[in-house]
Write a protein that binds this ligand. Structure first.
Ligand code: ZN
Length: 370
């Protein structure tokens, strides 16, 4: 664990001196905004990036996007789309003969992440894991080369993607193996943890194992739902096992279109984060009224924004808005709809840091340190 803290890297938007200054912060650390609001982090809190632990204050200079993808296997999306549409996969896994899939292309991804850093992104969270073909080594290399801090998730995605041993392992066996995994590599979250449609018995088993992993490690959890389906059920499982909802983000709930924001409010009321995490595209128009309804109901502190980036057409190189599109495309629309600058700053900068920051458990510790 010691080597992680030595490895602290410079986050975008901060000078070396500023980062070194932040390292001296002790006790209850305070991040003061220019309008006077203060984000406090419990003593000893860190955000665990793939290159080392960082004090949450070091990411105050920009947006942290809590659900993106920077490494997937070339056949992940074709399989995902074919399951979603119940049609056989049509997309060819490799773009063109001789061309590297973009989520395997070191130079391209380095360039894209640098651009995102210049557009106000301070940190990106990757929601993949081995069952989606995510490579931790690739994340480390693009982070090192681009200077963009990356938090990597751990866990299992959803039933159609599970490795065979999930079916034959018990809940406790899955938990034990996850606890070992997150203890040996620099994982900063458990996510994305999904139910593909109606939650299956194996998915329920994984959710319970992830809850136990959280209790043993304090790592935050973010989930995948099929456009919000089963969102409350996910929350119920975690809460029934003692997970504090404040450490939990229910994902893709922006896709549940409801002017009354019934489910969204319920999640906020119980203290969890609501993920509007496929932003910066054609879905924005129907989701912005829901975001505004939640802000007006006093739930700005429960909102998390991201783009679930996974399409080559969205790359800067291909004329898209790139990894910063939550900041450069979606946030201006929310501002236009009436959200204040300060509210947007809180949602993009403070909420994700509050979500990600945790006090690591001692190696032998198994209890809750909330
Ligand atoms: Zn995702």
């Amino acid at each position: 664990m010691g080597k992680r803290t030595k490895n602290l890297q410079r986050p975008s938007g901060l000078t070396r001196r500023e980062v070194i200054g932040l390292l001296g912060v002790s006790g209850i650390a305070l991040a003061q905004s220019n309008t006077g609001s203060v984000a406090a982090f419990p003593e000893g809190s860190i955000i665990r990036t793939v290159l080392g632990d960082m004090p949450p204050e070091a990411l105050a200079g920009g947006a942290t996007l809590f659900h993106e993808h920077m490494s997937l296997s070339p056949d992940f999306l074709p399989k995902f789309m074919s399951l979603l549409t119940s049609r056989p996969p049509t997309a060819t896994p490799a773009p063109h003969p001789g061309e590297t899939y973009f989520l395997r292309d070191l130079d391209l991804m380095t360039e894209e992440l640098r651009a995102a850093g210049h557009e106000g992104v301070a940190c990106l969270v990757d929601g993949g894991h081995p069952d989606m073909g995510r490579s931790l080594d690739f994340l480390k290399r693009i982070s090192e080369r681009s200077g963009m801090p990356i938090v990597s998730g751990a866990g299992y995605y959803s039933e159609p993607f599970y490795p065979p041993q999930i079916a034959t392992s018990s809940e406790d066996q899955i938990a034990q193996s996850l606890i070992r995994e997150v203890g040996s590599e620099p994982y900063g979250a458990l996510g994305e943890i999904g139910s593909w449609d109606e939650m299956t018995p194996n998915e329920r088993k994984v959710f319970r194992a992830v809850a136990k992993t959280h209790l043993a490690t304090n790592l935050p959890i973010f989930t995948h739902t099929n456009f919000g389906k089963g969102a409350i059920e996910q929350l119920d499982i975690f809460e029934s096992l003692g997970v504090n909802p404040r450490r939990l983000a229910i994902g893709h709930v922006g896709g549940l279109i409801d002017a009354q924001v019934h489910v969204h409010k319920e999640i906020c009321k119980r203290g969890a984060f609501v993920g509007f995490d496929r932003q910066g595209g054609p879905g924005d128009a129907r989701q912005i009224p829901m975001v505004m309804a939640l802000i007006e109901a006093g739930y700005a502190d429960n909102l998390l924004f991201a783009s679930d980036f996974s399409s080559a057409t969205q790359l800067k190189r291909n004329g898209g808005a790139g990894y910063a599109k939550t900041v450069t495309v979606f946030a201006p629309k929310v501002r236009e709809a009436g959200a204040s600058e300060e509210t947007l700053r809180r949602i993009l900068t403070d909420n994700p840091r509050r979500f990600l920051a945790f006090v690591p458990q001692q190696k032998a510790g198994r209890g809750r340190a909330e």
